[in-house]
Design a protein around this ligand. Structure first.
Ligand code: ZN
Ligand code: ZN
Ligand code: ZN
Length: 164
C-alpha cells in the first residue's frame, strides 16, 4: 500500500538519473521519500524549508525535473491541484482514493494494476504516457458528517482504461 520499509536514498536517486546533487533537490526528494501520502507542492515547500532555504518557484522547477526523469509521479485530482509521490520500485503505480469533500488523497494497494505496466511496455494502438486511476467518494470522516446530514453517500470509479 505505502512504501515498504525500504526507502530510496535521495543522493543515490539523483546520481542514478545523472542529475547534479544540490541541497534543494535532496530536500525535495527527502520530503517525498518520507511522505506517507501524496504531497502538494506547498506541502513539499514546507517540509523542504525545514532542511534548507528554498522558494516555491524552485520547488516547482525541481518537481518538473524529477517528473521528467520519472523519479516522481504527478497526479491531478478533481480539484485540479497536482500531488506528487515517488515513482520508484518501492512505490509502483497504484490507484488513489480522493475524498471529494476534504481533498484527502489515500494510496491504495496496486491490485491488478500491475497490468498497467503491460500497456506501457508493450506496443499497442495506444501510446500510453500517463496512467491515472482515481476512486472518488467520501472518506470515513466526511461520510460520518454527511450521514448526520442524511445525505445519501455517493461514489464512483473513474479509470482511464482497464480494470482497477
Ligand atoms: Zn523508493
Ligand atoms: Zn474527507
Ligand atoms: Zn500513492
Amino acid at each position: 500500500m505505502r512504501m515498504e520499509q525500504k526507502h530510496c536514498d535521495a543522493t543515490e536517486t539523483l546520481k542514478k538519473a545523472g542529475l547534479t546533487k544540490t541541497d534543494q533537490r535532496v530536500a525535495v526528494l527527502d520530503a517525498l521519500i518520507y511522505a506517507d501520502c501524496p504531497l502538494k507542492a506547498g506541502d513539499i515547500l514546507q517540509r523542504a524549508s525545514r532542511q534548507i532555504k528554498i522558494n516555491r518557484v524552485t520547488v516547482y522547477r525541481i518537481l518538473s525535473l524529477l517528473c521528467d526523469h520519472k523519479i516522481v509521479r504527478e497526479m491531478s485530482f478533481e480539484h485540479g491541484i497536482s500531488h506528487y509521490e515517488m515513482a520508484c520500485v518501492h512505490n509502483p503505480v497504484h490507484p488513489h482514493f480522493y475524498c471529494r469533500r476534504c481533498g484527502r488523497i489515500t494510496c491504495l494497494p496496486p491490485l491488478t494494476l500491475s497490468q498497467a505496466w503491460d500497456w506501457l511496455s508493450q506496443p499497442s494502438d495506444f501510446s500510453v504516457e500517463r496512467i491515472n486511476v482515481q476512486l472518488i467518494g467520501l472518506c470515513a470522516d466526511c461520510r460520518n458528517n454527511e450521514n448526520s446530514n442524511s445525505v445519501a453517500s455517493e461514489g464512483f470509479i473513474k479509470t482511464s482504461g482497464g480494470k482497477v
